[in-house]
Write a protein that binds this ligand. Structure first.
Ligand code: PLP
Length: 367
């Protein structure tokens, strides 16, 4: 049995370090924000090549606060993709704004810059590209369109810790970068967590105020804010994990190149990062026809494959009132039918990858 993701493998290595970090916070009682969270913010900002980091309680909260700080509100439109986790769309709706979906590029699987301008209206306020599976969207093209139309760019980097585009890190190119530390993400808390990074000190201050009830000083509320603070315990655990993120990313990239090598003789589409990009392989997804049969056969063979994502946001029942339907986003819809995520985590061994690919070949021949 090879799982899709294996959190236990990672936690076994760090067991005693994590336990003592948690014990330390319980003893010092700095449970909400506090010195460990502040230390994490400093380290994560520098890791992202960004000036500021504001730690929050989830990736969804990070997106919500970045959008609010960008001035997105009632009646505004925000351009994004439907090939993502629903949180990207939900955060836009939390602001009272309308998500406007643009199709993705079939090779990068991220926001297609060629389709953005046709979706811009006088109400458009921001663009939210999603660095799907750990590959950064085409940021030069997106930022240049945004500058031309005076739009804010908010990177959804929830799957892209440490990813690079022309030597620049995820989260540092747009006006804001939003990260998630949900346990299964490339950098995961032992619970929920998230962060906003940005380079502008006034905007960073606004995000930090909104995160903690808009308090400039205790009981002095200058903005109508939220309780989106990061837990002290999560900050302490994330500081332990920051020591390993580069090694884990290298291990994910090594696993991906082993998949690439073994899949070379096959015509199935697989991740195709441009040479100027550092893909961090939160997910390694191939595209196969008859995907559902292939997935069931892999599960029967003990291979934990998955789908990211089987139903795009514009076709989810919860968002039917946005008015989209089948056929509106053809590339997104085809990817949703064909995407197949293979097991991916830093501790995945080369001989497991050989086993996964030989099972996959057997399944594909039978299909
Ligand atoms: C995980 C994820 C989010 C939401 O993060 P949470 O921490 O779960 O709130 C947002 N966008 C994308 C692309 C994600 O993968």
């Amino acid at each position: 049995m090879i799982p899709l993701v294996d959190l236990k493998a990672q936690h076994q290595q760090l067991r005693s370090e994590i336990h003592s970090a948690v014990a330390r916070v319980i003893d010092n009682t700095q449970f909400a924000l506090g010195p460990d969270v502040a230390a994490f913010e400093e380290r994560f900002a520098s890791y992202c090549h960004a000036r500021h980091c504001i730690a929050v309680n989830s990736g969804t909260s990070a997106l919500h606060l970045a959008l609010l700080t960008a001035g997105v509100g009632l009646g505004d439109e925000v351009i994004t993709v439907a090939m993502t986790f629903v949180a990207t769309t939900a955060a836009i709706l939390y602001c009272g704004a309308k998500p406007v979906f643009v199709d993705v590029d079939p090779v990068s699987r991220t926001l297609n810059p060629k389709l953005i301008e046709a979706a811009i209206t006088p109400r458009t306020k921001a663009i939210v590209p999603v660095h799907l599976h750990g590959l950064m969207a085409d940021m030069d093209a997106i930022v240049s369109i945004a500058r031309r139309h005076n739009l804010v760019v908010i990177e959804d980097a929830a799957q892209a810790h440490g990813a690079e585009y022309k030597g620049r890190r995820a989260g540092s190119i747009g006006d804001f970068g939003c990260f998630s530390f949900y346990p299964a993400k490339n950098l995961g808390a032992c619970g929920e967590g998230g962060a906003v990074v940005c380079n502008h000190s006034e905007l960073a201050r606004h995000v930090a105020l909104l995160r903690d009830w808009g308090q400039e000083a205790k009981y002095n509320h200058v903005l109508a804010g939220y309780n989106y603070r990061m837990d002290g315990i999560q900050g302490a655990i994330l500081n332990v994990k920051m020591n390993h993120i580069e090694a884990w990313t290298d291990a994910r990239r090594a696993a991906a190149s082993e998949y690439d090598r073994l899949l070379d003789a096959h015509s199935y589409r697989r991740p195709a990062p441009p040479s100027h990009s550092r893909h961090v392989y939160h997910v390694y997804a191939i595209e196969v026809p008859q995907r559902d049969d292939v997935l069931a056969a892999l599960h029967a063979a003990g291979i934990g494959a998955g789908i990211h994502y089987p139903v795009p946001v514009h076709l989810q029942k919860a968002y039917a009132n946005l008015g989209y339907g089948i056929g509106d986003l053809p590339v997104t819809e085809l990817l949703a039918k064909q995407f197949l995520s293979l097991p991916m985590y830093p501790e995945l061994q080369p001989k497991q990858i050989v086993e996964i690919i030989s099972e996959l070949k057997a399944v594909l021949i039978a299909a």
